[in-house]
Write a protein that binds this ligand. Structure first.
Ligand code: NAD
Length: 477
């Protein structure tokens, strides 16, 4: 049985209750996990609060060394961790390796920045006085993580938090706590002082709720659905906690008439079906110029046909199962809704059948055309392997339609004309634009959303600002 990690120790919940984590590909039991409650959260926050004093006073260089050591230790165990991630999340093991590699790259990135932060000296109107601006860590940070990328999205919070001298309580999604626990045990083994990083497992409505409401938590970093994000903001805002919200998206991809077609086809296929379409920055609406539309769509069908659906443990699997039954039911309803409004399914649109598919939450990669603008797949987030394709006459129409969404996370433009691309990028209402590139998050670049896709930024040196308080000090000489 897996345990929570509080104050440097592996512990059960005070409730003694546990729940099961099951494999989305076949329903098999992966492990059991403590079902934590508000009292467990209190223990973890107290441990993090106690650790904060010494951790925040540790030199940035020492914190960086520890983070680098943790990276090495986790890397030595990457195969075992990737198999565990495949089992609990459902993603192909190859994608699990990529995810953990990405997490390690992010930790190294923030470890590298830790000792490079600096404040400033400010001349004042009176030359017998001067000012200093210094940056200080905030205290206990809550890292609330969803199930689609449990490890990278934990890293985008834990990396900048620890590098800047904060302490952390991690709340993984209920259905994907196991790899997180193993990784945090390894981080502790690398020599981290007790209480600097803690994990409490259990339902979001109990454990997450207690964390966002706890007075000693000074910072909430949340990734999840926009609906949950609204609630998190309302509760955490009660006592003015620092908040970042990384929420849902409906990323448009725009293929112009002069796009490099083969690259754009890969961008659409990988961008939509990676992680079985369960990515915030997945390509969720495809806009193709009418002059290349028929050719592009026909080649995309050929490409998507070749994506093998199956258990993520098979080396040739490209698309694993959806993470749970509710996710699959939602995709089925969204596709059904589009069809009932006149859309046509040109590939997929159903569950695969046969041996190996009996128990998992599988769904074929799906392509939809003739989709009306009011279909749910056009107006809602599609968090699974279905892609609505829209024919547009030019960039103005594509951008107007792209911007009609309530979301504004990522977006992409595919064209050889970089002036057109740059102007388009400026007009797209999104936190991130990729030009001729797969929608992908880089640790080096700020990432986040506008409109209902969120507030604040993760990744990049920009993320550090959200873990630091700015203090002005005036000195009279
Ligand atoms: P979710 O909102 O259901 O859960 C996210 C986390 O919040 C989980 O750990 C959950 O246990 C916790 N939680 C639930 N209720 C809570 C409460 N009342 N108080 C505090 N915490 C609570 O989201 P999900 O279904 O796990 O994730 C999928 C969603 O996440 C999608 O909408 C996706 O687009 C979004 N997402 C966004 C990004 C981004 O960077 N913008 C990245 C990945 C996923």
């Amino acid at each position: 049985m897996a345990k929570m990690f509080i104050g440097g120790e592996s512990v059960d919940s005070l409730t003694k209750h546990v729940y099961e984590v099951r494999n989305p590909a076949n329903g098999e039991l992966v492990d059991t996990v403590p079902k934590g409650n508000a009292e467990d959260v209190r223990r973890a926050v107290d441990a993090a609060d106690t650790a904060f004093k010494s951790w925040s006073e540790t030199t940035a260089e020492a914190r960086a060394k520890w983070l680098f050591k943790a990276v090495d230790l986790i890397h030595e165990n990457i195969q075992e961790l990737s198999v565990l991630l495949c089992h609990e999340q459902g993603k192909p093991v190859k994608e699990a390796v990529t995810e953990i590699d990405h997490f390690l790259h992010g930790l190294s990135f923030y470890a590298g920045l830790a000792a490079k932060l600096r404040g400033s000296y400010v001349p004042l109107p009176d030359n017998k006085m001067y000012g200093m601006v210094i940056k200080q860590p905030l205290g206990v940070c809550a890292a609330i993580v969803p199930w689609n990328f449990p490890i990278t999205l934990m890293g985008t919070k834990v990396g900048p938090a620890l590098a800047t001298g904060n302490t952390v309580v991690v709340k993984p999604a209920s259905s994907t706590p196991l790899t997180t626990i193993r990784i945090i045990e390894l981080m502790a083994k690398a020599g981290m002082p007790n209480g600097v990083i803690n994990v409490v497992t259990g339902p979001g409505g109990v454990v997450g709720e207690a964390l966002i409401a706890h007075a000693k938590v000074r910072r909430v970093a949340f990734t999840g659905e926009s609906k949950t994000g609204k609630h998190v903001m309302a509760v955490a805002g009660q006592d003015f906690k620092r908040i970042t919200l990384e929420l849902g998206g409906s990323d448009p991809m725009i293929v112009c008439d002069d796009a490099e077609i083969d690259k754009a086809l890969t961008g659409a296929a990988v961008g939509r079906y990676f992680n079985c379409g369960q990515a915030c920055l997945a390509v969720k609406r495809l806009f193709v110029f009418e002059s290349v539309y028929d050719m592009f769509v026909s080649k995309l069908v050929d490409k998507v046909k070749k994506l093998k659906v199956g258990n993520g443990m098979s080396a040739d699997t490209r698309i694993g199962p959806l993470h749970n039954e509710a996710q699959r039911a939602e995709i089925e309803e969204q596709v059904q809704d589009a069809v009932s409004r006149g859309a046509r399914v040109i590939f997929g649109g159903k569950r695969p059948e046969g041996p190996g598919f009996e128990k998992g939450f599988f769904y074929l990669p799906t392509l939809l055309v003739d989709v009306p603008d009011n279909a749910r797949v056009a107006t809602e987030e599609v968090f699974g392997p279905a892609l609505p394709i829209f024919k547009v006459k030019d960039l103005d129409e594509a951008i107007a339609k792209a911007n009609s969404s309530i979301y504004g996370l990522g977006s992409s433009i595919w064209t050889k004309d970089l002036t057109r691309a740059r102007r388009g990028a400026e007009r797209l209402q999104a936190g991130n634009v990729w030009i001729n590139s797969l929608h992908i998050g880089y640790d080096e670049m700020p990432f986040g959303g506008v409109k209902q896709s969120g507030i604040g930024r993760e990744h990049g040196p920009e993320a550090l600002e959200y873990y630091l308080e700015t203090k002005g000090i005036v000195v009279a000489t």
